[in-house]
Design a binder for this molecule. Structure first.
Ligand code: B16
Ligand code: MG
Length: 245
């Protein structure tokens, strides 16, 4: 792991100063893990970038065409789970059976719409807060990884100008079991060369927090439902992670 690596200047990143937070996440419940964290494994969609909204818009387009009810409440169940499992959840609201062939075509249709949106992303889509978090962690010598269920991970990282940034990337193309199975995080930890107990997982999905717990990772949740996910920490913003390491 090359923890001394410097952030590339052509990304126009912030100077690594820690962002101020109105709330100090408590380390009490995990004092040992807090002290020993050597790496952070970030979920991608909904954590590093707002592609969770693109997933929603793309599924909404497919569901509308099919006349299947779909809203943000149903969408929240798709966070962190694979494309085909997501489709199965959506089709659970349909009044008919879909063949495997039909499902394959629908998944491809959704992915085409989704990738069109991804294609319009630029490094400008990376928030200042995420840049501060990554930059600050790098300066502290913390290993950085992505652990995502998405098979579009490398395309998204490329669009954001982050292709060569992380020390390790584990994604949907490299695993057989999606979150809440811990496989993707265990693979990321293995690539980083750290024990799960030493790697903090940052997630926006209940399935992701469950996966972290199943793999023996400390976890931090962010997003609307963060306080209900049973994570070890709740973050108001990504850069709050700097207070945990
Ligand atoms: P794709 P994450 C997950 O990414 C998304 O949360 C989930 O909504 C999506 O179904 C899954 O990736 C598969 O994505 O269709 O791009 O392969 O949150 O684990 O980074
Ligand atoms: Mg996510």
């Amino acid at each position: 792991m090359d923890s001394d690596r410097k952030i590339k200047s052509d990304t126009g990143w912030a100077d690594g100063t820690e962002a101020k937070s109105s709330r100090q996440p408590s380390c009490n419940s995990l004092a040992k893990s807090c002290a020993g964290i050597r790496a952070v494994i970030f979920d991608l969609d909904g954590v590093i970038c707002h592609t969770d909204e693109y997933h929603y818009q793309a599924w909404l387009a497919v569901a509308r065409r099919l006349g299947i009810p779909f809203d943000r409440r149903i969408n929240s169940r798709l966070r962190g789970v694979s494309r085909m499992e997501s489709l199965n959840i959506i089709l659970g609201e349909a009044g008919r059976h879909y063949t495997e062939e039909e499902k394959q075509r629908l998944a491809e249709e959704k992915n085409r719409i989704y990738r069109e949106m991804l294609g319009r992303m630029t490094p400008e889509d990376l928030s200042g807060d995420v840049k501060s978090a990554l930059n600050g962690l790098r300066l502290k010598g913390i290993g950085l990884a992505v652990g995502s269920s998405s098979r579009n991970t490398s395309f998204i990282l490329e669009r954001l100008g982050l292709s060569d940034y992380f020390d390790a990337v584990a994604d949907g193309t490299q695993i057989t079991r999606s979150k809440p199975d811990p496989e993707v995080f265990l693979l990321a930890a293995d690539k980083l060369g750290v024990q799960p107990a030493r790697a903090l997982v940052v997630e926006d999905a209940a399935a992701g927090i469950e996966a972290a717990r199943a793999g023996g990772f400390p976890s931090a949740a962010i997003g609307e439902a963060a306080s209900r996910m049973g994570a070890d920490y709740v973050l108001e913003k990504i850069s709050d992670v700097l207070k945990l390491v």
